[in-house]
Design a protein around this ligand. Structure first.
Ligand SMILES: *Cc1c(COP(=O)(O)O)cnc(C)c1O
Length: 429
């Protein structure tokens, strides 16, 4: 595939066998078992560079939206490339600091920050807090007042548009819980200016995720550009314009390349004098990761064929949560295999526990390995212990080496914080 397209990655079949960079997936599974998340360091680095390169004519800070993939070693890889981070919780701030991130490259998004999270972020000295409501502005000012500092704040505006993506990952419509209403932006800035411990440094927006057209980005950039101009005319000069994340990856669709995305975002902002911030998540990590599972059974009923695998919705919830499509490939291609239609399902006791429905796949047998492609974003981070299943291990491949960056959960991990107590008899006993 052409250089510059976000679909480029380093998971490829060499003759019959799937490789992660120069390591055979089968070898990783032999050492580490299944289900297994495998990330390619070369792909992660490449995507970061392509994104930064796309904005080369603009002063830009790339803040990786780490909720997409927050393993400490992945964060360190990005921090070492000079990446900033978009965080959405105190826990994510903790991860960033542990991974050695530069706090002056951290922005803090989210609609419900607690006092403790605000205080931790201010103490760490992050670049700015993206505030989303009037009461939040008051809270930030109060916390900053207690600390005796000025809190750097940006207001997240809801640009009221439809990014044409799945409703669960659409955030820029006026009915959504995110951001402050477009029509009230000027009021908010005027009010925020009167609060004693705020420094108004920016304006931010984020319209949704897995967006595969440029028009919504263009509309958002246009809208915020005109707000910035108006604010400046009213004596509020900002430093940063944060246009969020949301660029899609080719699960099945064909998203625009980062270069076109960059062109769309920067056009309306030319000569604004603002430093641009972007918060890409999925596009940096989505196809840099795969989830490898093993076929347990092929089950045929009179209605359907089911491929039952050892991975499940607790390992990757995207198919049921977002009706997401993930390509599924046999790790070792069988010569002359018939193509059969099947549902690929996990062992969890929910009808929603499927990875694919009515999918045409080469015929597989019990024991075969299947790779769920493009599972790097919103994959492991959403994994749970539902059905008391251990969460998978995570491994990063780099060239012909690999590093286990998270061990598979043990049964002990699953019950770590639980207590086995005899509950005293109550009044009815
Ligand atoms: C989730 C999120 C992002 C990243 O979105 P992607 O679609 O993964 O690029 C960026 N900014 C904010 C505020 C977010 O909530």
């Amino acid at each position: 595939m052409a250089f510059g397209l976000p679909c480029m990655n380093y998971f490829n079949h060499r003759s019959a066998e799937l490789y992660a960079e120069d390591v055979a997936v089968r070898d990783l599974v032999r050492d580490l078992g299944t289900p297994l998340y495998i990330y390619s360091a070369r792909t992660l680095r490449r995507h970061f560079r392509v994104m930064r390169e796309a904005f080369r004519d603009t002063e830009v800070l790339v803040c990786f939206a780490m909720k997409a993939l927050s393993n400490l070693s992945v964060l360190k890889l990005f921090a070492d490339l000079g990446s900033g981070f978009d965080i959405v919780s105190g826990g994510e701030l903790m991860r960033c600091m542990r991974a050695g991130a530069d706090p002056r490259k951290i922005v803090f998004s989210g609609v419900g920050k607690t006092d403790e999270e605000i205080e931790a972020a201010l103490r760490a000295g992050i670049l700015m807090i993206n505030a989303e409501s009037r009461p939040e502005l008051g809270r930030i000012s109060a916390v900053a007042g207690r600390l005796g500092i000025q809190a750097p704040v940006s207001l997240r505006v809801n640009p009221d548009l439809d990014p044409g993506t799945h409703p669960h990952i659409s955030t820029g419509h006026r009915d959504s819980k995110f951001g402050i209403p477009l029509a009230e932006v000027d009021h908010y800035y005027a009010e925020a200016r009167t609060l004693p411990n705020l420094e108004l440094v920016g304006l931010s927006t984020h319209i949704g995720s897995q967006i595969t057209e440029l028009a919504p980005f263009n509309e958002a950039a246009d809208k915020v550009a005109s707000i910035v101009k108006r604010l400046r005319a009213n004596g509020i000069a900002l430093k940063y314009l944060d246009l969020g994340g949301g660029l899609g990856i080719p699960y099945q669709e064909e998203p625009p390349p980062p270069s076109a995305y960059a062109h769309t975002l920067t056009g309306p902002l030319r000569d604004s004098g603002l430093k641009l911030i972007i918060e890409p998540g999925r596009v940096l990590v989505g196809n840099a990761g795969i989830l490898v599972t093993r076929v347990l059974y092929v089950k045929e009923t009179d209605a359907k064929r089911f491929i039952v695998i050892d991975g499940a919705m607790n390992d990757l919830i995207r198919p049921v949560l977002y009706e997401a499509y993930h390509e599924i490939r046999p790790v070792v291609a069988r010569d002359g295999a018939r193509i059969l239609t099947a549902d690929v399902v996990g062992p969890v006791c929910e009808s929603g526990d499927f990875f694919a429905r009515e999918r045409d796949l080469p015929e597989v047998q019990s024991g075969d390995l299947l790779a769920v492609m493009s599972a790097g974003a919103y994959g492991f981070v959403m994994a749970s212990n539902y059905n008391s299943r251990p969460r998978p291990a995570e491994v990063i491949v780099s060239g012909s080496n690999y590093l286990v960056v998270r061990e598979r959960d043990t049964f002990e991990d699953i019950v770590r914080n639980e207590k086995l107590l005899a509950i005293p008899p109550g009044p009815d006993a």
